[in-house]
Write a protein that binds this ligand. Structure first.
Ligand SMILES: [Zn+2]
Length: 263
C-alpha cells in the first residue's frame, strides 16, 4: 500500500468552479503524460508550477491531471479520482490522466516506474480492469510523454531484473528533511557565511546536476552562490536568482525527498 499526497497535502488552490464527476460508464482508458521540460522543478514545486501554469496562464479550472508521479516515486492527487481532467483534448471525459513530473524521453528512475505501475493498477481496480493505457501522443498532436516513457508504458510496464529496493530511501529522505528544516530557519547565503551539513548537501546536489559549486566543503562561498544563481536561472519562471538557498530553492534541488513532511 502506498500513500498518495492529497490536494490538501500539497496545498492545492481550490478549483475555480466545482469539479465535474466522470461518468463511469464513459471512461475507456488511462493517458500518461510527462512534464515536457528537461529541468523540471521537483516534488511539490512541480505541482505548484503546473497549477500556476494551468490556472493562471491557460485559465483552466485547476491543475489539469488526475494524478502526478514525481521522479522519486511520490504520488500526488491532481484533480483526483473520478474527476473530468483537462490534459488530453477530446478525451478528458473518457479518461483518467497521469503526469510524470520529470522528462520522459530518457529512462525514468525505478521508484517512479514502480509508482506509475502501482497507480495504474489502482485506477484499473476502480474500473474492473477494463481500461486501455496510452500515451498522450496516441490521442493528440504531441510528443508527450517522451519516447522512453511511451515505449515502457505501451509495452506493458515491464519489471526490472534484480532487486531495486536495496537503497535506504527512508534514511536518505529523513536526512534531507532534517536539513530542510534547518534551511527553513536560516537560508544558506554568503552574507550569513553559512556552513555545515546543509551547505555540503546543496553543494553535492549542485555538482551532481552539473553546476559548479567549487569544492564540496560545507562552506557557502562565492562559488557556491554563483552555482546556486545559475541553478535558479535554469528555473527562471519559478525561482528568483538571488544566490540564496531558501526553501523554494531547496525544494527545487531535492524535490520529492522534501515532501516526507506531508506523508
Ligand atoms: Zn501530455
Amino acid at each position: 500500500m502506498r500513500t498518495i499526497i492529497s490536494r490538501q497535502g500539497w496545498e492545492a488552490r481550490p478549483p475555480k468552479k466545482p469539479f465535474t464527476q466522470l461518468k463511469k460508464w464513459r471512461v475507456q482508458g488511462i493517458v500518461v503524460h510527462h512534464s515536457g521540460v528537461k529541468e523540471a522543478p521537483k516534488g511539490i514545486a512541480a505541482l505548484k508550477a503546473f497549477e500556476r501554469f494551468h490556472m493562471d496562464s491557460r485559465g483552466w479550472n485547476a491543475i489539469a491531471y488526475n494524478w502526478l508521479v514525481d521522479p522519486e516515486g511520490v504520488v500526488y492527487a491532481g484533480r483526483g479520482a473520478g474527476i473530468v481532467s483537462g490534459a488530453t483534448k477530446g478525451w478528458n471525459s473518457r479518461t483518467e490522466s497521469i503526469c510524470y513530473t520529470g522528462w520522459g524521453f530518457v529512462e525514468i528512475p525505478q521508484a517512479a516506474r514502480d509508482s506509475i505501475r502501482w497507480l495504474i493498477g489502482d485506477i484499473q481496480s476502480r474500473y474492473e480492469d477494463k481500461l486501455w493505457v496510452k500515451g498522450h501522443r496516441d490521442l493528440g498532436n504531441s510528443t508527450c510523454p517522451g519516447n522512453w516513457l511511451y515505449d515502457w508504458v505501451t509495452s506493458g510496464m515491464p519489471m526490472p531484473l534484480g532487486d531495486p529496493n536495496k537503497i535506504d530511501w527512508d534514511g536518505i529522505k529523513a536526512h534531507v528533511d532534517r536539513l530542510r528544516e534547518k534551511v527553513s530557519h536560516s537560508p544558506l547565503s554568503t552574507t550569513k557565511r553559512s556552513r555545515g551539513e546543509a551547505v555540503r548537501a546543496a553543494q553535492e546536489r549542485l555538482s551532481d546536476l552539473g553546476f559548479s559549486p567549487g569544492p564540496v566543503d560545507g562552506i557557502y562561498g562565492k562559488k557556491s552562490a554563483k552555482a546556486v544563481k545559475d541553478f535558479q536561472k535554469s528555473f527562471e519562471a519559478f525561482l528568483k536568482p538571488d544566490g540564496v538557498v531558501g526553501l523554494q530553492t531547496w525544494d527545487a534541488l531535492f524535490g520529492g525527498w522534501a515532501t516526507a513532511a506531508f506523508i
